[in-house]
Unconditional design. Structure first.
Length: 465
């Protein structure tokens, strides 16, 4: 639904300014009514003009039809405008019951004691797990024994469940149910002192049996009015107080990532489109994105052949590089764990990098190293480890946010799969190389260097002929 209601005469406003001011809204009446339409009749000058408009979001605009100016309905010098809206094109509330998901933990808010409790509980739960001996000693590269693959699936599931159970029992969930409900920007500087004065005057009035006429009563009402007026002004200027609070931050804090995250959150538009790719409402849009990404990203539609041919092409029975199969050890895993980025969005299985960190706990590193070695030998990854959340990111926020081509997919993989990818990359990186002409997707390089090289080359030949 539209986020804004824009009212008033628009005949003096520049259309580009209206677009910038309202933000991604449309003149629906311009598209649905003839160009000679008028909605205002000046009795004094006997002139007509079109100054009453429907400004709507793109999704609501698509649901409009049969718009008409009611010229025969004369109530004032403005003519009424009627429009029909197809309700089936508007979003509906979802009544389906969602399955309970594990609580996502904000590790920035976790206390030191909760971390210690989590590490202790995690070690206790991991000590109860057992590595399947037969799978551990299997040396049949690319082994497809169904029992072995099932054991790898079970080990990964038990490992993830242990991490989630430890976090659930040791760390209090940081929900957003009441977060920010009483957080009023500018309260401390503008309202707090007047609130305390009004509160003291009210208590004095109550202790004096609530008189109705004397100075105590008049002081109570006056301080109450001052407090309410300050509160209204504070809420009215909330955006200004937020900006002043960010500007007043110490210079050292302005270099921190958290400071710029607050700035970006302040500038980010919270509105989401209600119509994308012809789908309405949250559940329908999710289903649309699922089918859309499945169609354009699925390997089954690849021109190279079926999934079986791809699997055959990466058969690792032969050692093409002449290398020994890499073995994951405590030392290599410990260094890779320290390189994982922190304070990121929880992965599809609600496991973050913080769940895996703790230098003194060797139990987790033992099970991860054993799991990775079994995955490498068998050429197999647990299905749940390969789960990926695909997030559509808008390319042009000022464009048509209801068009699927205006979005690009970003895949959020599990942290365990990222760790395994880093381990494999660490072992094969000495045998990977690029040409000197590659600048993108290369460590220590950027496309700026490519642009600089092109300009220097062009300048040289222009100068020397």
């Amino acid at each position: 639904m539209p986020k804004y209601l824009f009212c008033g005469g628009l005949q003096r406003w520049n259309h580009k300014y209206i677009w910038w001011f309202v933000g991604r809204l449309l003149y629906s009446d311009y598209a649905l009514l003839p160009q000679d339409t008028f909605t205002y009749v000046s009795d004094a000058h006997n002139t007509t003009s079109w100054i009453d408009h429907f400004v709507s979001s793109f999704s609501v605009h698509q649901a409009m039809f049969n718009m008409d100016v009611l010229t025969k309905c004369i109530i004032s010098d403005h003519r009424a405008v009627a429009v029909s809206i197809q309700c089936s094109h508007l979003p509906e509330f979802d009544d389906e019951v969602m399955e309970p998901q594990p609580s996502r933990i904000d590790w920035l808010k976790v206390t030191a004691q909760e971390r210690e409790d989590y590490y202790h509980e995690r070690k206790n739960l991991l000590d109860q797990l057992q590595v399947p001996i037969e799978v551990r000693h299997c040396q049949n590269f690319n082994c497809k024994d169904e029992k072995h693959l099932e054991e790898i699936e079970n080990l990964y599931a038990e490992l993830i469940n242990a991490l989630l159970a430890a976090a659930s029992s040791a760390i209090k969930p940081t929900g957003k149910k009441n977060e920010g409900k009483f957080n009023i920007p500018g309260w401390n500087s503008e309202v707090k002192s007047k609130h305390q004065i009004a509160k003291a005057a009210f208590r004095l009035w109550v202790n004096c049996n609530r008189p109705k006429t004397d100075d105590i009563y008049r002081n109570m009402t006056k301080t109450k009015k001052d407090f309410k007026y300050s509160l209204r002004q504070c809420r009215k200027n909330a955006e200004m107080h937020k900006a002043n609070g960010l500007a007043a931050a110490p210079q050292a804090d302005k270099t921190k990532k958290s400071f710029w995250q607050k700035v970006n959150n302040k500038n980010r538009s919270p509105s989401l489109p209600t119509l994308v790719g012809g789908a309405n409402g949250g559940s329908e849009i999710v289903k649309m994105w699922k089918d859309y990404f499945k169609r354009i990203l699925s390997s089954e539609n690849s021109a190279n052949g079926s999934a079986e041919s791809v699997e055959h092409s990466i058969d690792c029975k032969e050692n093409y590089l002449g290398l020994e199969m890499p073995v994951c050890s405590f030392v290599s895993l410990a260094s890779l764990l320290q390189k994982l980025p922190l304070n990121k969005t929880p992965e599809p299985d609600c496991i973050s990098a913080e769940n895996l960190l703790y230098e003194e706990d060797e139990s987790l590193r033992f099970f991860l190293s054993e799991l990775f070695n079994m995955c490498i030998v068998h050429g197999y990854m647990p299905n749940s480890c390969l789960n990926t959340t695909i997030v559509p990111i808008c390319k042009n926020k000022n464009g048509n946010i209801s068009d699927t081509s205006n979005y690009r997919p970003v895949a959020v993989a599990t942290v365990v799969s990222k760790l395994l990818e880093n381990f494999i990359l660490f072992n094969i990186s000495p045998f990977l190389g690029t040409t000197d002409n590659q600048f993108g997707f290369k460590a220590g390089h950027s496309t700026d260097q490519c642009t600089f090289l092109l300009k220097q080359t062009a300048s040289y030949f222009v100068t020397h002929g």
